[in-house]
Ligand binder design. Structure first.
Ligand code: ADP
Length: 291
């Protein structure tokens, strides 16, 4: 599905037009064909033929709107633009297997020019609801389409920013490598998601590592907000790595106590269910620091 090789087969004119559709999307839900032509400044006038070709490749979608016809960028088109940027910067050279299909993302193994493996995470916000919306009228569908690309970009930028700060402060997260549009490139962690782990040598030790992490985050002014077995990878030496933090909130948030306690409760619950482990010790949020 993600075919980097095809990148090389797109002509520079095709890329100009694809970029023009993206630029036009900033203030048009459906980008008028005439606007695409003028942004792309093709020598022979119209971009119609190239747009038809890009639409056949599903990098853009043709839209018959009420007032005018035009095009919108698809996730596939957005993927190509991001990948091309990563390729230029040398952060991604080739794309390998898909290793994860999150609710709102696709995760691939990629490698750079030296063959070092990394992880590429592409945000896919609205993917599930997009299907149901599809049945609705055209203009509604495409209106939402544009918003989802924008929201996916925001999600990726936020994730990269948090990952960077957390990594710099020594928290166990993948090392962030690059970000562009709706995508983040990060270190590949050699481990398994906690929800797949049924055996650990010392559940008590892992429990306290995770609770320490919750507390240490709060001491840095952050509450994860969705601290569970799906967002944690466990390395072969049982070290937990946080891979996903879309709900992170500041401890200045008015409901911070609720979020903090919910994270703690979620972990306690998991340890009870999975490892039959329960401890009388667990952190409780207090205004002037954690206990
Ligand atoms: P989502 O937010 O859509 O749930 P995740 O970030 O949780 O996506 O990633 C989905 C899956 O991809 C994870 O369960 C994990 O198996 C894999 N994964 C994500 N990031 C990494 C990484 N840095 N290293 C190794 N595997 C990863």
């Amino acid at each position: 599905k993600l075919d980097v090789k095809r990148l090389r087969y797109l002509s520079s004119e095709e890329f100009r037009v694809l970029t023009a559709v993206e630029m036009g999307s900033r203030n048009h839900e459906v980008v008028p064909t005439s606007l695409i032509s003028s942004i792309a400044q093709l020598r022979h006038g119209g971009a119609h033929k190239i747009l038809a070709e890009l639409a056949r490749e599903r990098l853009v979608g043709k839209v018959q709107a009420t007032k005018y016809d035009g095009y919108r960028l698809t996730y596939a088109g957005y993927d190509y633009l991001a990948l091309r940027t990563f390729a230029k910067r040398g952060s991604v050279y080739s794309v390998g297997n898909q290793i994860g299909v999150g609710k709102e993302s696709d995760v691939y193994i990629v490698s750079d020019e030296e063959g070092t493996q990394r992880v590429l995470k592409l945000q896919r916000l609205g993917r599930t609801s997009f299907r149901t919306v599809r049945k609705n009228r055209d203009y509604l569908r495409n209106r939402q389409g544009g918003q989802w690309l924008y929201l996916s970009r925001l999600a990726a930028m936020k994730e990269y920013a948090f990952m960077k700060v957390l990594h710099e402060h020594g928290f166990p997260v993948p090392k962030p490598i690059d970000a562009n549009r709706h995508c983040v490139v990060m270190e590949l962690i050699d481990g398994h998601p906690l929800y797949q782990v049924h055996d650990v040598e010392d559940p008590g030790l892992l429990y306290s590592k995770l609770m320490d992490l919750v507390v240490r985050l709060a001491q840095h002014g952050l509450v994860h907000g969705d601290f569970n077995e799906f967002n944690i990878l466990l390395t072969s030496d049982d070290e937990p790595i946080l891979i996903d933090f879309p709900q992170m909130v500041s401890t200045a948030h008015e409901n911070v106590e609720m979020y903090f306690n919910r994270d703690v409760e979620c972990l306690r619950d998991f340890f009870r269910r999975r490892f039959n482990y329960e401890s009388a010790l667990f952190p409780v949020f207090s205004r002037d620091g954690e206990r």
